[in-house]
Every structure is written in structure tokens, then in C-alpha cells.
Design a protein around this ligand. Structure first.
Ligand code: SF4
Length: 405
């Protein structure tokens, strides 16, 4: 399994596979062929069908701003990967071509080349990792430390800070989201409303919703986020993280001392869970539907919450399993190709679900759990493969088809 640095990427929204991935592809191309003068970029599959709404053409043109660029949306040609792009550069009569696949979470692969990154984790199933941790008397985040080395701490600190900053910026944002859907930003209104009927728990949950909206709206506006595991699902984990930070003073009064390092450690466990899903299934909406994006984000956030509570291995595993299981089959159908409807609301619902998934493990005897996390991950991949293409980030089925303004 690769480093979690490949999972948590800091970049601009609204879609990791449609903006961060193509950006990386363009950078890779000009790193290799910097002296071309004209460049033609052709987008296929989901990149062609939703590329305009996802701002793929804008990001391509901004990265290649020093060249004469033509971006084509080929919505008919079928390719071997749902997110394929060709970049062809011209210099005098010479032609240089590279084909890229945007494989989810901002990662790219180059057709016909060895794309293998170093393996950082020797184990890639949660049940084996838990066994290893039990045998060595360490927690999951310590396994991350062991595999990644000490530099993971500064990386996770940066991830934490970027997530927190994104929430803060998003809460202050007002006005409309870009695009034709005419959607008002809601995070500010959600956060600052006061409702005296709400008890403390309900008030924390309202803020969780506001935080998820804040990040999802920042993402929809093309601002800086952390893929967790993707741009479209980037609001779920920061919403639960920021809520946890809010709760720390209250927890202290009750005798629970949660430190900043505990929060960072819980983020490492969340990253480990996301990495397991990425390795054994998919985190790409174009490959496996929204279950792979929002479902994975929910599992990561549930594991974060469980690790922060210093829960047992079976509870961490069950929290992630419950969170993912109840997203199985979730389709990806962004209206008009914009990462707004249903994506933003979906981030908020998944953040609450993550808290509830962990809550459920507190009440249940999770040692008796019949479905394991590894089994749900395997099931998610199979379900994703069975989903018709129209439900995999093509904006031609589901809500995208039936939506009436
Ligand atoms: S519906 Fe889900 S997977 Fe599809 S773009 Fe929106 S958040 Fe991403």
C-alpha cells in the first residue's frame, strides 16, 4: 500500500479527478516537453461529459497558459479508463503525445508506463493490520508512524491546518456559487443562526453541518481544500475534525484530556482507512459512484472519531464499516456536471452519519460484528463495477437527468 501522502492532497476544487488530476497531467507533460508551442488536450469519458461543470478546461488552460492551447471534449469515443485525457504537443512538424488516466483523488497514471509508486505499507487489509497492532501492542496511528517515518507528523499537521483554514474561510463566504444552478452559499447562515430550542448536542450537530457546507462550498468555488479522499467529498472529515476541536474544552471539564497530538493521530487513522479503501476498491466517483467518494469519506471520519475516543480496534473497524456499508450503491449524478447538487448536502449528511456510525458502535457489542470492514470494501468495489455508466460521474442519469430548476 502506498503512502497516505498520495491520499491527502492539498489542491483546488471542485473535483480531484477533474481538476487536480488533469492539472498534474499537464504539469507532467510540460515537464517532459516544455519546448512545444501548441498543445491540444482531448478529454474522454467522464472528463468530457462533466469537464465543463468541473472546470477541467479552465484548470488545463491555466496550467498551460504559456502555450497555445485547444481543449476538446470527446463525448463519443470509448476509452479503456472512464477518466482519460490525451495531451498532444506540437513543435514545428514534430508531435509529442501522452495519454493520462485520472484515477481518483488527484492521482494520475501514464498509459504504457510503469506508474508504480513505492510500497510504504506491507499490509493492505485492516484485519491483518489490527492483528499486527495487537501483537505489537500499538494503535493504528502508530502503525502509520512506523510505515511512513517521522516526516509524516509535519505532513499531517499541514493537512490539519489546511482543513481548519478551509472551514474558517468557508464559514465567512457569502453570495452565490459559480455556475448556472444559482445556488446560495449556506455555511455562514447555518453557522451563525441561533435557535434557543436546540440542546447542546443538537447545536454541535448544526455546526458540524455548517463545517461540511463550508468546505464543500469552498470546493465548489474552486478554492483550496484537502482531498479526503477526494474534492467532492472533502467536507466530511474536516466537519467531524472541527467539531472534535470544538468539543475538546467540554471533554476536559468531564475529565477527558484530548491533546492536539491526539487529533493528529486520529487523522492518521482516518488516512489509513481511506488508503485501504483506495487500495482494495476505489475512491473515484467515475469508477465506482458516490459510494466510493462520500462513502469512503464517511468511513474515514467515523474512524477518526473512534480513534480520537481511543476506542478498541473492533469499534474503530466497525465504525468505518458501518459508515461505508450504509452508502453502498450510492450513485454519482452531479447536476449539470457541477459539484454542487447533490454533493454539498451529501457532505453534510455524511458528516452526521460518521458521528452516528461511531455512536452506534458505542451501544453495540462490536466484538460480535458479522460484517467486517474488509468485506464491505470488497463489496463496494463489486457494486461500483455493476453500476451503469450513467451513475458514475457522467451527469446523464439520476438527479442530473431528472432535475428541474
Ligand atoms: S455525487 Fe458524489 S461522487 Fe459525484 S461528484 Fe458529487 S460528491 Fe463526487
Amino acid at each position: 500500500m502506498k503512502s497516505i501522502k498520495e491520499l491527502f492532497r492539498i489542491g483546488n476544487g471542485p473535483s480531484s479527478s477533474h481538476t487536480i488530476g488533469p492539472k498534474n497531467a499537464c504539469l507532467k507533460f510540460i515537464e517532459r516537453y516544455s519546448d512545444v508551442t501548441n498543445i491540444v488536450v482531448t478529454l474522454y469519458g467522464s472528463l468530457a461529459l462533466t469537464g465543463e461543470g468541473h472546470s477541467t478546461d479552465k484548470i488545463v488552460k491555466s496550467v498551460l497558459k504559456d502555450y497555445k492551447v485547444d481543449v476538446k471534449f470527446d463525448k463519443k469515443t470509448e476509452t479503456e479508463h472512464p477518466n482519460t485525457m490525451d495531451i498532444v504537443g506540437y513543435k514545428n512538424k514534430e508531435e509529442y503525445k501522452m495519454r493520462f488516466y485520472s484515477v481518483g483523488g488527484g492521482a494520475i497514471e501514464i498509459a504504457g508506463e510503469d506508474n508504480d509508486l513505492p510500497e510504504v505499507y506491507p499490509l493492505s487489509k485492516l484485519r491483518y493490520i489490527i492483528k499486527y497492532c495487537e501483537n505489537n501492542n500499538i494503535r493504528l496511528w502508530q502503525y502509520v508512524d512506523q510505515c511512513e517515518g517521522p516526516e509524516i507528523n509535519s505532513f499531517i499537521e499541514e493537512v490539519y491546518q489546511t482543513m481548519m483554514d478551509c472551514v474558517t474561510r468557508g464559514l465567512e463566504g457569502e453570495g452565490m456559487l459559480p455556475g448556472p444552478l444559482q445556488i446560495k452559499k449556506k455555511a455562514h447562515y447555518l453557522y451563525y443562526q441561533t435557535n434557543s430550542d436546540l440542546d447542546l448536542t443538537a447545536d454541535f450537530r448544526r455546526k458540524t453541518v455548517a463545517y461540511a457546507y463550508a468546505v464543500a462550498e469552498e470546493n465548489a468555488s474552486g478554492d483550496e481544500i484537502v482531498t479526503a479522499p477526494t474534492c467532492g467529498a472533502a467536507g466530511v472529515l474536516p466537519a467531524v475534525l472541527r467539531t472534535a476541536v470544538d468539543v475538546i474544552p467540554f471533554a476536559k471539564k468531564r475529565g477527558y484530556n484530548i491533546t492536539h497530538q491526539d487529533v493528529l493521530n486520529a487523522l492518521k487513522t482516518a488516512g489509513l482507512i481511506g488508503n485501504l479503501i483506495k487500495t482494495n476498491a476505489s475512491i473515484s466517483g467515475a469508477e465506482a459512484g458516490c459510494q466510493a467518494e462520500i462513502g469512503s469519506a464517511c468511513a474515514m471520519a467515523a474512524a477518526f472519531q473512534a480513534e480520537l475516543a481511543k476506542a478498541s480496534f473492533d469499534k474503530i473497524s466497525s465504525a468505518a464499516e458501518i459508515a461505508l456499508e450504509h452508502h453502498l450503491g450510492l450513485t454519482c449524478d452531479p447536476v449539470s456536471g457541477y459539484v454542487q447538487i447533490p454533493c454539498i448536502e451529501r457532505n453534510a449528511v455524511a458528516a452526521l452519519r460518521a458521528l452516528d456510525a461511531f455512536g452506534l458502535t458505542v451501544y453495540l457489542d462490536t466484538l460480535d460484528a458479522k460484517v467486517s470492514f474488509d468485506t464491505v470494501v470488497e463489496t463496494m468495489l463489486e457494486t461500483g463495477k455493476d453500476l451503469p455508466t450513467r451513475y458514475r460521474e457522467t451527469s446523464v442519469g439520476g438527479l442530473a437527468k431528472n432535475y428541474r430548476c
